[in-house]
Design a protein. Structure first.
Length: 190
């Protein structure tokens, strides 16, 4: 991964929040919040992933999630809760869901996977932007102009590099079949 990502751990059980943060500190920058209000105070654009307890006094995790999305933060959110999921989760804007108790390995693997999705989506956006520019140039310029252009050659190299990175990332993510299937569908649309 590129720059170290930040995970905000939100749980009203402070010992559990601190434990999760301790588990995560070897791979991520971590912050903790012990209620919904504190979570919103600590929320900023630097937060990449939020581990969010669903049932907290005051502002619930559901309320925090709604406010985070309403404020336009693009972070990933993993709901971590003792509440078994019900149909109300369908309309909620979280990225994944863990039911307590949670093991260290389970938590580390899911945070890594969810954080990787952000990088993958960013690379996909970059890739399609570059491919669009390449297609536009190819429709407007003649073969000789393209062959003589250093900028066009650089653009093609950037696209090839991104294709290779995306292929490698898909290979790493292939343990999550549904996730890969969704991105294969996305890729086939373009």
């Amino acid at each position: 991964m590129g720059d170290e990502q930040t995970v905000l751990v939100v749980d009203d059980e402070s010992q559990l929040a601190d434990l999760f943060a301790t588990w995560l500190t070897s791979n991520w920058t971590t912050e903790t919040a012990y209620d919904g209000t504190e979570a919103l105070e600590k929320m900023d654009a630097a937060v990449d992933v939020v581990l969010l307890d669903r049932r907290m006094p005051g502002l619930s995790g559901d309320d925090v999630l709604e406010k985070v999305r309403a404020q336009g933060y693009g972070c990933r959110v993993i709901m971590v809760t003792a509440v078994d999921p019900d149909f109300d989760i369908i309309e909620m804007g979280f990225d994944d869901y863990l039911v307590k108790p949670v093991s260290k390995n389970e938590l580390l693997e899911l945070v890594a996977e969810v954080a990787g999705r952000s990088e993958y989506e960013s690379a996909i956006r970059d890739y399609y932007a570059l491919v669009s520019k390449k297609a536009l140039l190819e429709s407007e310029k003649g073969d000789h102009e393209l062959a003589d252009s250093d900028e066009y050659r650089d653009l093609r190299e950037r696209i090839e590099d991104l294709e290779q990175r995306l292929d490698e990332t898909v290979g790493e993510l292939s343990t999550h079949d549904e996730f890969v299937g969704a991105f294969e569908d996305l890729r086939s649309e373009y």
